[in-house]
Design a binder for this molecule. Structure first.
Ligand code: DGI
Ligand code: FE
Ligand code: FE
Ligand code: FE
Length: 189
């Protein structure tokens, strides 16, 4: 697919080698899991390859773009600037790269914090971002196992892991992380 090849090359140019390799890991796992969860492989690959495209701008540049483009949704967005690069990337993909698929744009925009009512593609990108083959923190295998088994349970486990990690390190928790957790928890059978 030419389009995927284009965005793979773009990612290799815009990202550090380490982050490019992370991006390829997200692509590989997302495309592998997509058919299990009724997600189109092309959508999974496109969202995966583009999800961190804005990550290497400085926080100052990201905040400037986010303010200019009305992407600031919570005061915490400005206090925890590492969480807005997904929304900045999604906006750039729409405006500069003519990507029109709303589900792909949402998956990119929400890959860091999630949101209530995520689509299968959004859950896939959120959880694969944390569990791609290059990640190797304690407990990642358990998360992968859950994800292989069930998308929603796996995504909930990923949000729980993120909350645990943030609390353990005394980091502020973004309100969307809590809303995502509660949504997945309540939606569970
Ligand atoms: O861009 P990646 O490194 O692949 O991963 P990401 O986009 O999921 O996360 C970017 C950073 O945002 C990561 O260091 C974890 C952090 N983060 C995610 N949710 C929250 C958060 N940081 C705080 N303080 N609070 C959150 O709720
Ligand atoms: Fe990211
Ligand atoms: Fe993530
Ligand atoms: Fe990422």
């Amino acid at each position: 697919n030419d389009r995927l090849e284009y965005f793979r090359t773009l990612a290799s140019q815009k990202l550090s080698l380490e982050r490019f390799q992370h991006t390829l890991g997200v692509e590989a796992l997302a495309v592998e899991l997509a058919p299990r969860f009724g997600v189109k492989e092309g959508d999974a690959g496109l969202a995966a390859l583009t999800h961190d495209l804005a990550k290497e701008y400085t926080y100052l540049e990201q905040l400037k773009k986010a303010r200019e483009w009305n992407l600031i949704l919570y005061p915490e967005d400005m206090e925890i600037p590492q969480v807005i690069h997904g929304r900045v990337a999604a906006y750039m993909l729409q405006i500069l790269y003519a990507i029109k698929n709303e589900d792909v744009l949402n998956a990119v925009a929400n890959h860091t914090l999630g949101r209530p009512g995520m689509s299968p593609l959004e859950m896939l990108i959120y959880s694969v971002d944390l569990t791609e083959p290059g990640r190797n923190f304690p407990g990642v295998d358990k998360l992968r196992q859950k994800l292989y088994h069930d998308l929603k349970t796996g995504t909930l486990a990923c949000v729980e892991h993120t909350l645990y990690y943030l609390k353990e390190n005394n980091k502020p928790i973004h309100p969307l992380t809590i809303l995502t957790y509660e949504d997945l928890k309540n939606g569970k059978a």
